[in-house]
Design a protein around this ligand. Structure first.
Ligand code: ADP
Length: 348
């Protein structure tokens, strides 16, 4: 019996509800093999007691029947993790990124719904409240922060080999895009991509941030789960557009975050309508899809953002709409309102 053999066997144990195994998630911290005794130590960040229970049972189910294994001891260290939904506030687990007080993730069930636009504008609006804010673009395959903030330098490293974030519009910025040699698509997939992302999240010198906004990759797969497990996200905002195909995926996102006990701050319905010069609202993707969905899933609707040419132009040119005075732009006002809500729900 060797630790490597045990680790290999434990690859059959999945994280409850997901396709990835506990080894590739990095949950197994140590395996000790002594005569007649195998001890496996795991570390899990969750507040759902069912998760460690299930993993405990599954580890035993795999290891106990192995010939000559002797006694199997599974020790699970359950780390502080984000509070259960509804439990926002003082009980929320502290972020595990040094120098960062609060971590807010912005997620979506699918790409192209405006998740990065929302993340960029919320970061700018949060900074306008006087908070120290960082924005981390975690999308390995389609990073967009460089464009949305018109920054294209390569970041420097400090003496500890940590990456020093760039800064624009009062927001500290980090993106996978800053580190890529060119704009060619990244070809790493699966566990490799997950490891990259984990390393990336840990190696940035944020220093004195009140809020770190994580622009998650679109979708609800292992990479999103890993990020949430790696950094103890305080809460998540889910962005959707109003049409059924987007709502189906938003539902998946809500259920994924609920499953891993990340509090869902609410839904943002983006591209909710288009307002013509005639002042009429045209509901291109259907009316109030996000409103209905939020009610159905019992999560707050934080805001509705219309389709707007200036919002798109400003996103493309590196000056997010939330930089415009809320008195002059309804869309900017909507983002500032959501930022105020975030500050209230995630106090420092
Ligand atoms: P995602 O991150 O979900 O893939 P992006 O934020 O990159 O989506 O947005 C995709 C495109 O849609 C971008 O060109 C962006 O400027 C544009 N966009 C997003 N939200 C709006 C909006 N409310 N009005 C107009 N264009 C928008």
């Amino acid at each position: 019996m060797t630790p490597d053999f045990i680790r290999e066997a434990l690859r059959q144990v999945r994280y409850p509800g997901f396709s990835r195994d506990i080894i590739s998630f990095g949950l197994v911290k140590e395996v000790k093999c002594e005569p007649g005794l195998v001890t496996v130590q795991l570390e899990i960040a969750t507040r759902d007691p069912k998760v460690p229970e299930q993993i405990f049972q599954d580890c035993h189910a795999i290891l106990d029947p192995l010939p000559d294994i002797g006694t199997v001891k599974i020790e699970i260290d359950v780390k502080d993790a984000p509070a259960a939904a509804g439990g926002l506030g003082s009980t929320v687990g502290k972020s595990s990124i040094p120098g960062v007080k609060r971590i807010l993730a912005v997620a979506s069930g699918k790409g192209g719904v405006g998740k990065s636009t929302v993340a960029a504008n919320l970061a700018v609006a949060l900074a306008a409240t006087g908070a120290q804010v960082g924005l981390c673009d975690c999308d390995l395959y389609g990073p967009s922060v460089a464009q949305m903030f018109a920054v294209n330098e390569r970041p420097m490293a400090n003496d500890q080999d940590e990456i020093i974030p760039l800064e624009a519009h009062g927001v500290k910025l980090m993106s996978m895009g800053f580190l890529l040699e060119d704009r060619s698509p990244v070809i790493v997939r699966g566990p490799m991509a997950t490891r990259y992302t984990q390393q990336f999240l840990r190696q940035v010198a944020w220093e004195n941030l009140d809020y770190l906004v994580l622009d998650l990759p679109p979708g609800t797969g292992d990479i999103q789960l890993t990020i949430v497990q790696t950094v103890a996200v305080d809460a998540v905002v889910i962005v959707t557009t109003p049409q059924e195909v987007a709502l189906i995926d938003a539902r998946k996102a809500v259920s994924m975050f609920a499953k891993v006990n990340v509090p869902i701050l609410g839904l943002i319905e983006n591209m909710a309508w288009f307002e013509g010069d005639d002042g009429k609202k045209y509901h291109l993707f259907g009316k109030d899809g996000g409103v209905r969905e939020a009610a159905e899933m019992n999560v707050p609707l934080l805001g509705q953002i219309p389709i707007d040419i200036e919002t798109r132009e400003r996103g493309d040119s590196g000056a997010p709409i939330a930089l415009v005075s809320p008195a002059l732009s309804k869309i900017s006002a909507a983002f500032h309102q959501v930022a105020a809500h975030i500050r209230a729900k995630l106090p420092l």
